[in-house]
Design a protein around this ligand. Sequence first.
Ligand SMILES: Cc1cc2nc3c(=O)[nH]c(=O)nc-3n(C[C@H](O)[C@H](O)[C@H](O)COP(=O)(O)OP(=O)(O)OC[C@H]3O[C@@H](n4cnc5c(N)ncnc54)[C@H](O)[C@@H]3O)c2cc1C
Length: 389
Amino acid sequence: MNKYDVVIIGGAIVGSSLAYFLRKEGFSGSIALVERDPQFAHAATTLSLASIRQQFSIPENIRLSQFTLGLFRRLKDEFGADADIGFREGGYLILTGEAGVPILQANHAAQLAAGADIVLEDAAALGRRFSWLSTEGVAAGAYGVSGEGWFDAHAMLGLFRRALRTMQVDLVSATVTAVTREGDRTTAVTLDNGTVLEAGIVVNAAGPNAGKVAAMAGLDLPVEPRKRTVFVFEARDRFEDMPLLVDPSGVYVRPEGSVYLTGGAESEEGEEAADPADFEPRWDLFEEVIWPTLATRIPAFEAIKMTRAWAGHYDYNRLDQNAVIGPHPQVRNFIFANGFSGHGLQQAPAVGKALAEYIVHGGYRTIDCSAFGYERVAEGRPFRELNVI
Ligand SMILES: Cc1cc2nc3c(=O)[nH]c(=O)nc-3n(C[C@H](O)[C@H](O)[C@H](O)COP(=O)(O)OP(=O)(O)OC[C@H]3O[C@@H](n4cnc5c(N)ncnc54)[C@H](O)[C@@H]3O)c2cc1C
């Protein structure tokens, strides 16, 4: 079949979630989910830190994560009794120095108003709560008592992909090389094997490659790959109560089974788009930035052994490090689900649900994503998320 009601470009978590929720929403039209890397070796989804938080600065982002949290809580009802993504509700601990306190307070107020279970504590209280923590240079920290933590991204993607097998969604293994546009409508996509798929609606779920996919339709989208390295290390001490800690410097660390994961050492100043083929870890960052930071923040991490590292690409939105969700205002059958800038895994189920509602009912019902619309990109009006990790 070469004619589809919906063609989704990119079959990782965002594309798969949309296809899934389209069917759950009762969409009976034909769907093609086109993926160039069916093992997802280079997808942001599988190279991510696989964590979920409520600690955002804007209520819209909190709501997206809360929807996904709800899905995690009813995972077996949704995907079957054997569904398990290993969700560990360890919380986030976001630390700040004196200068950042007003922002942390404002964020905290927004989180409380959205019903998130976050406490804001001063350095002394944090020191009492976490015996292993050095509060040197820390004025306050926000800690997610519940509703935040980490999980297995492969398992989460697997649940959606497995469900799709029985949902009459055509899983197409190919690269989209062109998007045909006639005036204010996209009409087809061309695959690298020469096949042309006619399309009623085209959805851009191409992750870090989304800017290039939008350009195929002649549309400007400020989303590009930015390389981020995650290091794995071993330490002698285990801290069972350790949340995902974000140091005031931006360096983060969290437990993962018997080891720890850390990263966040890249500086955005002067940073440019990554080469889409470059997945070489930035090894230098460990010795130069991460280790000294960790040893200061958690004295027991003075003696640690880095065992491996990987690099993935953020789907980085240059305008405001926030998602672009919904149709292009003129080319209305081209839909964006892009630019999540490091928090898209946890938002993907919510975004899939919201866009499925938009496509089936002509508007958002459960989660209003209008604030993420492309209009702000066209106007150059940032909708900034302050808590980008
Ligand atoms: C190191 C790192 C840590 C992260 N940590 C977190 C975290 O803790 N929590 C969180 O919520 N998010 C995190 N993220 C961000 C998150 O991974 C992404 O926002 C999310 O996975 C985006 O999902 P996606 O499906 O849009 O993109 P991807 O997973 O990148 O999938 C896009 C897919 O589109 C395919 N594609 C692209 N172009 C084409 C084409 N032309 N034709 C066919 N297929 C195409 C690609 O092959 C790819 O599989 C992290 C990202 C990185 C890199």
